[in-house]
Design a protein around this ligand. Structure first.
Ligand SMILES: *Cc1c(COP(=O)(O)O)cnc(C)c1O
Length: 376
């Protein structure tokens, strides 16, 4: 099966993990700092804290910003954890609609803040598919209203915006190292920031809120968690990061092949990456035209039958029954339509251009055969 995304594990990763396993200290050693340093250098930020998942990273990011009983404005077109973690930290969640590229609509965000902004504790954006949000506009909005900004850049390690790496502009920037993401540490995540105080707070909460005093004596000064990332995982992360740019180059090749082949086709549109951005190409989304919405399930199954492991990113978070109980029925037109239209097709460094051609031919073949019919 050609999956929509895939990890890249080679001999050098295996050796890095084995070396770490043979080490004296398996967790709580020096590897976390080493990995944090490497991430800081790669993204060009001052401070980093690695954690056992991006969900943990988001949880502690919200925690550090003190958003209890305040509103977090975020996108519904993301993995559930983006909003879940805000709830876990005691905030209320409010969803802002997206644009046709899947990213939060900065104009709608601006309108929302015009009505009332003093109860907004944070804004959390997501660089959908690895394509940066309009960071300058969003950053300015946040500064004008004095609202902290979180960038859930889980898709976007290695992506760029106006010549800079994604993940250095927001107050807190989140990355995920789950195997489908740009690099992996099995499970894992990180928060990057130029704000020393925030990162120190997150590091404290990562390990039970406990600080060492002397000899056996310690103090617990906050209610924390065990969200540490093991030395073995960090060793893998350090090696993965070295290979990232090369892997991104291969993803870009596949994506550009698709971009070219899919231009002006009669079945679906694609998301053009603006010339001042570079996407990590974590996902390659296609957006079926409305006449195919009703047949999406058949199209999805037909692709799976041919060994093409498509996926849908994402069911808008407010459509989950948990959120419906919490917030009632929500309708955001663009997110609803995006969900009806979107399919993520295979795009990763483990596939060849030949594979991409097979995906293209099979996709066109299936869509040609699919009877068009508007939903009744
Ligand atoms: C994957 C993902 C997460 C969660 O990452 P984990 O490391 O699996 O906890 C959060 N947000 C987004 C946008 C993601 O894609």
């Amino acid at each position: 099966m050609l999956t929509y995304s895939h990890q890249n594990i080679d001999q050098s990763d295996i050796e890095a993990v084995i070396d770490a396993l043979k080490g004296e200290i398996l967790t709580g050693g020096k590897k976390a700092e080493e990995f944090e340093q490497a991430l800081c250098e790669y993204v060009d930020v001052k401070y980093a804290c690695v954690l056992n998942s991006a969900t943990s990273a988001l949880h502690l990011a919200y925690n550090a910003l003190d958003i209890k009983n305040k509103i977090v404005l975020t996108t519904p077109l993301t993995f559930a954890a983006t909003a879940n973690a805000a709830l876990m930290a005691g905030a209320k969640v409010e969803f802002i609609d997206i644009k046709s590229d899947g990213n939060i609509d900065e104009k709608k965000l601006e309108q929302r803040l015009k009505t009332k902004s003093d109860n907004v504790g944070a804004i959390c954006v997501v660089d959908y598919a690895g394509n940066s949000v309009e960071m300058d506009e969003i950053y300015k909005l946040c500064k004008n209203h004095n609202i902290p900004l979180i960038d859930d850049a889980s898709h976007a390690l290695g992506a760029c915006y106006k010549g800079e790496k994604v993940g250095r502009k927001a107050d807190l920037n989140i990355f995920s190292f789950h195997p489908v993401k740009p690099i992996t540490t099995f499970e894992g995540g990180a928060v990057l920031s130029n704000n020393k105080e925030l990162i120190e707070k997150i590091k404290l909460l990562r390990s039970h809120g406990i600080v060492k005093k002397r000899l056996w004596d310690s103090d617990m000064i906050d209610l924390g968690y065990n969200y540490r990332l093991s030395d073995v995982a960090c060793a893998l992360g350090i090696n993965q990061l070295k290979k990232l740019d090369n892997n991104l180059k291969k993803r870009e090749e596949i994506a550009q092949f698709y971009d070219k082949e899919f231009e002006k086709n009669p079945y679906f549109s694609i998301i053009k990456i603006k010339d001042y951005k570079k996407s990590s190409r974590h996902l390659y989304p296609i957006l079926l035209f409305p006449e195919f919405y009703c047949q999406k399930e058949d199209i999805f199954k037909a692709l799976l039958d041919k060994g093409i492991g498509v996926q849908v990113h994402y069911k808008p978070t407010y459509k989950f029954s948990f959120y419906q109980k919490l917030l009632g029925q929500i309708k955001l037109e663009n997110a609803d339509n995006f969900y009806k239209a979107e399919l993520s097709i295979p795009c990763h460094q483990e596939m060849t251009l030949q594979d991409a051609k097979f995906v293209k031919d099979t996709l066109f073949d299936i869509l040609e055969k699919t009877k068009k019919g508007y939903c009744g």
